[in-house]
Design a protein around this ligand. Structure first.
Ligand code: AMP
Length: 308
């Protein structure tokens, strides 16, 4: 990376510099591109943990310029969601991002991204249909508007950064499927990489929202990953129905009633009822005390499935 802006700190091992405006961001990326550098991009809402950092490290390993965005995007939060209390610690995020290999962090104010205010957004990017209407997109849950908020801001960020590669986490499996579809349908010239879910030692998927959990709920929350592991094992032994039923029992044992616990085709998100020749996602969402948590497991077909 040859950017003048960053010339005195070309590979920061301390805090990554924060850029506040679209103009600064475009200038920094344009300079890198003029020098023939490849650009890797990691969009985040901050309050970084090892899941985010795994994406930055992957970008660092593959790209010349690594850009992270830090933006708690209001258009993907519903009216009753946790926008106001979403955890934030920018100083720590800039340090962790820099240490993991981010060259710069785009951390704009809401007005920089939505200059006409949130009530006057005329143009959205929306993936319609099944991908955004089920699971978290079910109108009784976060609804399709959540994904419309995600795709709109990610499309804007792609236009601003112009990345060669953008990195997402399997933790948000439905989001990854939706983003891939948007990129395909709108011909964004970017490669999407989806990296495995990073977990705490006891299996809980890392999430900024884990910060909401008190000790007791934190302990109960480990049941989500246990239930998914049970679902996979029992599904391979006795079929998907048995797998889901066992997972449900595992959750009930700690008093968790999931919002959903479902098996879906990993690409189309169509419901599936048996393990056959395509990868299957088992996805769960549950309110655990003050935190709404999601997790999933990807069950790849094995020879045994194919023979049965
Ligand atoms: P967020 O800040 O929650 O919007 O997440 C930013 C990116 O980090 C998204 O692509 C997430 O899927 C990804 N991510 C969040 N948690 C994890 C995790 N535990 N493991 C891997 N990636 C994650």
């Amino acid at each position: 990376m040859n950017s003048n802006l960053l010339a005195d700190n070309p590979r920061p091992t301390v805090a990554a510099p924060a850029l506040r405006t679209k103009a600064e961001l475009r200038a920094a990326v344009a300079e890198a591109k003029r020098a023939g550098e490849t650009v890797g991009f990691v969009p985040t809402m901050g309050y970084l943990h090892d899941g985010h950092l795994s994406l930055i490290r992957a970008a660092r390993a593959e790209c010349d310029l690594v850009v992270m965005s830090l933006f708690v995007n209001p258009t993907q939060f519903g009216a009753s969601a946790d926008l106001d209390r979403y955890p934030r610690d920018e100083e720590r995020d800039l340090r962790l991002a820099g240490e993991a290999g981010a060259d710069l962090v785009f951390a704009p104010a809401v007005e920089e991204i939505y200059p006409n205010g949130l009530k006057d957004i005329a143009t959205y990017v929306e993936v319609t249909g099944q991908l955004t209407g089920v699971l978290d997109g079910d109108p009784s849950r976060r609804g399709p508007e959540h994904f419309r908020g995600v795709t709109t801001v990610v499309a804007k960020l792609f236009n601003l950064v112009g990345p060669d590669v953008a990195y997402f986490g399997q933790k948000d499996a439905q989001q990854a499927v939706v983003i891939r579809r948007m990129v395909r349908d709108l011909d964004f010239p970017v490669r999407i990489e989806v990296l495995p879910t990073v977990r705490e030692p006891d299996g809980l998927a890392m999430s900024s929202r884990n910060a909401y959990l008190g000790p007791e709920d934190r302990q109960r929350a480990t049941a989500l990953n246990r239930a998914l592991a049970t679902a996979e094992r029992r599904a391979r032994e006795g079929g998907l129905g048995i797998g889901l039923e066992s997972a449900r029992r595992e959750l009930a044992a700690v008093g968790i009633e999931p919002e959903y616990l479902e098996a879906r085709d990993a690409e189309t998100l169509e419901p599936v009822h048996a393990l056959e020749d395509r990868p299957v996602l088992v996805l769960v969402a549950a309110q655990v005390g003050p935190a709404r948590l999601i997790d999933n497991v990807l069950i790849r077909p094995t020879k045994a499935n194919l023979q049965s």
